[in-house]
Design a binder for this molecule. Structure first.
Ligand code: ZN
Length: 372
């Protein structure tokens, strides 16, 4: 077991910024291994080579952490989506694949827990705890390196999840899918941050739904609230890979865009955007930077290369691509040869090539999450 000798999450965070991995289901869907709509992770069992390959790309791009590819793997959701495998079967395979690929490099494995239906249905804390315990058990059985509660819309629910996760006796992360208007019960960004920290998470922050610029705004507010309360968990962010400023004040974030989920490509962030985001997030105090929907391996590469000095290490991908444009001097085209400098790329405002494409669109009023 090579991973036993590895530094754990907290040791790594104490030394410098940690890089997470990127999108799983949304990327597998584009590659033909996942269905848009249900977004269930049966590819983990049906197409293990495809999942392994994606995890491997994140590892090669510089990820220190691979998450178990089993988001939305709960029996209720799988049954609803007519998936023939149980949550236990998918999660066990997810743990095996993540560990196998992590051991190809120096990465560790994160087991991710997601919100549960019984909370929204108002079935009471006992039922909610039971659903979290079922998710957690597989991560205990497979001895993941740390656990993460992610994509929570209610701070009340993530507090229960953090409490349940303590049973694993592993480092704990907690991230909410919130933007500037706070959680779905009207709890502010500041209070969410403080409550996640007080509940006992070692690392807190946000993931999914909002773009890199909105995330930076929210992270600044979280950092200040934590400092004011004299709380010092590590800060974490796994943003979207698409730009969507117009949904900043929408609880559904990018899910309210007319382009979601099949027409989002023109909104994809560039790797230069990813470099800038990693730098700004680091300066705010964020110490775990990974990606959610739409973040691909070249974005993870940008995060890890941008922070390579602070991390005192280079990603494996540097064997071919040490930095932005480094080998363009070898191009046969003189205009391309001139683009060898980072500065050219970082100063560039890329065109979209779509003369009739508006910069933003009108969020859909019908967008809503189930509420209690
Ligand atoms: Zn996401």
């Amino acid at each position: 077991m090579t991973s036993e000798k590895r530094k754990g999450l907290l040791e790594r965070l104490a030394e410098g910024p940690v890089i997470g991995d990127g999108s799983m289901c949304m990327t597998l869907e584009k590659r033909g291994y996942c269905t848009a709509g249900p977004w269930t992770p049966e590819a983990t069992v049906l197409y293990p080579d495809a999942v392994r390959q994606l995890l491997r790309e994140y590892l090669r791009a510089g990820a220190d952490v691979l998450q178990t590819p089993c988001f939305y793997s709960s029996d209720g959701k799988l049954e609803y989506s007519d998936v023939k495998f149980t949550s236990a079967e998918i999660n066990a395979m997810a743990c095996k694949l993540a560990r196998e690929v992590a051991d190809e490099g120096d990465a560790i494995v994160c087991g991710g827990l997601s919100p549960v239906v019984s909370y929204i249905q108002g079935k009471g804390e006992k039922a909610v705890r039971k659903e979290f315990e079922a998710q957690l058990q597989v991560f205990i059985d497979y001895d993941v390196d740390f656990v993460l509660a992610e994509f929570f819309g209610h701070v009340e629910e993530i507090e229960i999840c953090i409490d349940v996760m303590k049973r694993a006796k592993k480092p704990m992360g907690a991230t909410m899918r919130i933007g500037p208007i706070g959680d779905m019960n009207g709890v502010s960004v500041e209070e969410c941050a403080v409550r996640m920290a007080k509940a006992g998470a070692d690392m807190i922050g946000i993931n999914c739904l909002f773009d890199i610029n909105t995330c930076l705004k929210v992270l600044r507010r979280m950092k200040k609230a934590l400092d004011d309360a004299d709380l010092h968990p590590y800060l974490m962010c796994q943003p979207l890979g698409w730009l969507c400023p117009e949904v900043e004040e929408n609880f559904c974030g990018y899910l309210a865009l007319p382009e979601t989920p099949l027409g989002l490509d023109p909104r994809t962030i560039t790797r230069m955007d990813a470099h800038r985001f990693a730098r700004e997030a680091y300066e705010i105090g964020v110490r775990y930077i990974g990606g959610c929907c739409g973040i691909e391996s070249h974005h993870i590469r940008a995060f890890s290369q941008e922070l390579s000095k602070e991390r005192n290490k280079q990603p494996a991908v540097n064997d071919l691509c040490p930095k932005l444009g480094a080998q363009l001097c070898q191009s046969l085209l003189p205009n391309i040869r001139e683009k060898v400098k980072d500065k050219f790329w970082m100063d560039l405002t890329p065109a979209s090539g779509r003369p009739f494409s508006p910069a933003i669109s009108a969020p859909e009023k019908s967008a809503t999450f189930m509420t209690k």
